[in-house]
Write a new protein. Structure first.
Length: 256
């Protein structure tokens, strides 16, 4: 299990389905240009792009006076010099954390490309220094668990340790994904995602959770925290919420 980080995070698939998220991005999703851009994107990608693009549009409104995605697209297509557009994108991306600058730049360029503007200058190969982060040892994970007060947060750590799944995939687990092996009394339970989780670029792995994880999960079922309903989430909280809890526990445990 990799140590938690306070780097900028994006809400996972479960948050995209919330009424709050839908209401927040409804104005953007109703525009023709955004619909064209995202209609075939996976849900997690859609959320991430919308969050980045919303921030860019706020900057563009202050910088060039456009209001919304369609006005920005019209402005871009009206420029005789494509460097003006790239300069705007560069200026915006440079205001973001170094580790996410390329992602923000790519998001805006993707929007333009999908809407027929393909005349942007080629980018130099993006390079940045990265710090290798060692995964936690068994002893470190046990120390982390000691400082997590909520059982669902402990379960999240167990799931991550056993499965090796990305956070977005862990938070997307529903009761139906573990129902078969769980109800058959198996100690090692296969997380049986639907095909869509495997047939994409950032695919989920074929993986299992073990006896310690299952013991805590069964406790939470008995306590009514986890419902035995096909669509019931195993983790009914956001990535931001669990990350905050992990970072606090990490500090208390004096972990790197």
């Amino acid at each position: 299990m990799a140590p938690p980080s306070k780097a900028p995070v994006f809400s996972p698939l479960v948050e995209l389905h919330s009424e709050k998220a839908k209401a927040r991005f409804e104005p953007l999703l109703k525009t023709k240009s955004v619909d064209r851009w995202l209609r075939r994107k996976e849900l997690g990608t859609r959320w991430t792009y919308l969050q980045r693009f919303e921030r860019f549009l706020t900057y563009a409104r202050m910088r060039i006076g456009v209001n919304g995605p369609d006005e920005f697209l019209a402005w871009a297509k009206a420029q005789s010099d494509n460097l003006v557009i790239q300069d705007l994108i560069d200026e915006f991306s440079q205001q973001q954390p170094l580790s996410t600058q390329a992602n923000y730049m790519g998001t805006v360029r993707s929007f333009l490309k999908k809407n027929g503007y393909t005349n942007l200058p080629a980018l130099d190969k993006w390079s940045m220094s990265t710090t290798h982060r060692e995964g936690y040892t068994r002893k470190q994970i046990q120390s982390l668990l000691e400082f997590l007060s909520r059982k669902p947060h402990k379960l999240y750590v167990y799931f991550a340790k056993d499965s090796g799944l990305r956070a977005a995939h862990i938070l997307s687990v529903r009761y139906r994904h573990i129902k078969k092996d769980l109800e058959n009394g198996k100690d090692f339970v296969h997380i049986a995602f639907e095909g869509v989780f495997y047939n994409r670029k950032k695919a989920a792995g074929l993986t299992f959770i073990g006896p310690n994880t299952m013991g805590l999960l069964k406790e939470l079922i008995v306590e009514g925290v986890i419902k035995k309903e096909d669509d019931a989430p195993i983790f009914p909280f956001s990535y931001t919420a669990v990350t905050d809890a992990l970072i606090l526990a990490k500090r208390k445990a004096n972990l790197p």
